[in-house]
Write a protein that binds this ligand. Structure first.
Ligand SMILES: *[C@@H]1O[C@H](CO)[C@@H](O)[C@H](O)[C@H]1NC(C)=O
Ligand SMILES: *[C@@H]1O[C@H](CO)[C@@H](O)[C@H](O)[C@H]1NC(C)=O
Ligand SMILES: *[C@@H]1O[C@H](CO)[C@@H](O)[C@H](O)[C@H]1NC(C)=O
Length: 428
């Protein structure tokens, strides 16, 4: 049974470190204080020996961009059934999360804030998921801290096992909850935005403490530790960080005709749309944003934005213009002036790093914005391979898309180890 080898290993470790955990758990004071000198964080480390992957690939070398190590990793990923050894079925999570203490310990979830600075700057996450629970769980593990708050939107059309597994995982954490109203998400349609709006409303209502909102999907993975994100966010001084640029002519059709859902697909109709309310200029961006609590309040309460939202509901891919447009409305907290000097590209925003096939290439080419994808493409977006990691960790973005541990377990495995090492090396 290689399949759950690394998990078994972690479960064994959890027994051994159980008593250490008890010391942490029961000595955890109500307010943050420097842990006693005789305690250390080693139980949170992802050690080299966990689960066999380290035996077959050298993450340190891969992250340094070592050609040989990358080539070896690539060879593994094309080896028949290699990835199958590391796939975890949804059922596993339903069972594993019955014992929350063990589940958190074996997943090495952080059970206390690593610093006062982080504790004083909580973040709110909206995570939209529809399948592949293992990707979601690895993501949650990588970003989980007790002071943050997490709303999970499981697509209404997801398989029952996906919902059950995610419910089971969420039940282990007081600050992870399922959205109060789930949508059936149709690709490129309004429902994608509505899913985030539902989480925004729940998060806004659930806690008054969080300072910034970040939305994610199951195939995102962090490139930064929680402390690194907190420090960058503080440096924004209330500003938001998201793509917001001039709408290219080639995308104008998205807002000039009425679209409606036929069957499970979005279809163009012959009806023309009225101009946007208040003559708001429509800007171009993407679905993933890093925004202040004030921005979220405006989205939920500003009457101009409510009118814009109603107008956007029958357009094509409103997720790729709504946030970008709101970011330029005067009076919205953290927004920017309309003048194109304030335009922000996806590469300059911190929210999300995506490698589009169209912009891959050589540094000396005018079209290329980044090196070629070292994994494979899905809908012209790179699903990262080991060879992308060296480049990825040098970027300033908080998160990158897409990762898929089901197809290639190495990138997620190496990144989670790298981030945990960094988090534990940071000053506590
Ligand atoms: C931390 O604890 C682990 C396990 O209890 C121990 O092996 C290690 O030597 C300790 N490290 C330090 C720096 O005290
Ligand atoms: C992994 O790579 C690093 C950096 O290239 C090297 O120092 C280390 O010895 C390697 N580890 C193994 C087990 O080969
Ligand atoms: C917040 O939640 C409470 C309790 O469920 C509910 O009564 C209230 O209407 C909610 N407020 C908002 C603004 O959603």
């Amino acid at each position: 049974m290689r399949r759950n080898g690394w998990l078994l290993w972690l479960l064994t470790l959890s027994g051994a470190l159980g008593s250490l955990w008890m010391v942490f758990h029961f000595s955890k004071p109500k307010t943050w204080q420097v842990p006693a000198d005789n305690l250390n964080y080693s139980w949170l480390e992802y050690p080299d020996a966990d689960g066999g992957l380290e035996k077959v690939c050298n993450c340190t070398a891969i992250l340094e961009g070592d050609r040989e190590a990358v080539a070896q990793a690539k060879l593994l990923t094309i080896t028949k059934d290699f990835n199958l050894h590391y796939q975890i079925p949804d059922d596993h999570y339903i069972k594993a999360a019955q014992d929350c203490r063990k589940f958190k310990l074996s997943g090495k979830y952080q059970t206390f804030p690593l610093s006062k600075e982080e504790e004083d700057f909580p973040l709110a996450y909206s995570i939209v998921v529809h399948h592949k629970v293992q990707n979601f769980e690895r993501l949650l593990r990588a970003i989980y801290t007790p002071q943050n708050i997490y709303c999970v939107h499981v697509d209404k059309k997801s398989q029952a096992s996906v919902l059950s597994a995610i419910e089971a995982i969420a039940s282990c954490f007081p600050n992870v909850f399922l959205v109060s109203h789930a949508e059936t998400v149709v690709y490129s349609a309004w429902s994608r935005v509505q899913a985030d709006l539902n989480c925004m409303a729940d998060l806004y209502n659930a806690s008054t403490k969080w300072k910034y909102f970040i939305n994610l999907c199951g195939q995102d993975f962090p490139l930064k530790t929680n402390l690194q994100m907190v420090r960058t966010l503080r440096s924004l001084k209330g500003g938001n960080s998201l793509e917001s640029e001039k709408l290219p002519d080639a995308k104008k059709w998205r807002v000039t005709f009425v679209y409606k859902i036929v069957g499970e697909k979005l279809q163009k109709t012959s009806k023309k749309k009225t101009p946007p309310p208040f003559n708001l200029p429509i800007l171009s961006g993407n679905a993933y944003i890093v925004v202040s609590r004030g921005f979220v309040r405006s989205v939920l309460e500003d009457s101009r934005i409510q009118v814009l939202i109603e107008w956007a509901k029958d357009t094509f891919s409103p997720d790729e213009f709504l946030w970008a447009t709101i970011q330029r409305i005067p009076g919205v907290p953290g927004s920017k002036w309309l003048n194109p000097k304030h335009d922000m590209s996806d590469l300059n925003a911190v929210s999300r790093l995506v490698k589009w096939r169209l912009h891959e290439g050589q540094q000396d080419s005018l079209e290329a914005a980044y090196p070629k994808c070292e994994g494979n493409h899905i809908r012209d977006i790179c699903v990262y391979g080991a060879g992308d990691l060296h480049w990825l960790v040098q970027q300033h973005h908080f998160f990158a898309n897409k990762f898929d541990a089901y197809n290639d377990p190495i990138p997620v495995y190496c990144l989670e180890k790298y981030l945990r090492q960094q988090a534990l090396a940071e000053p506590h």
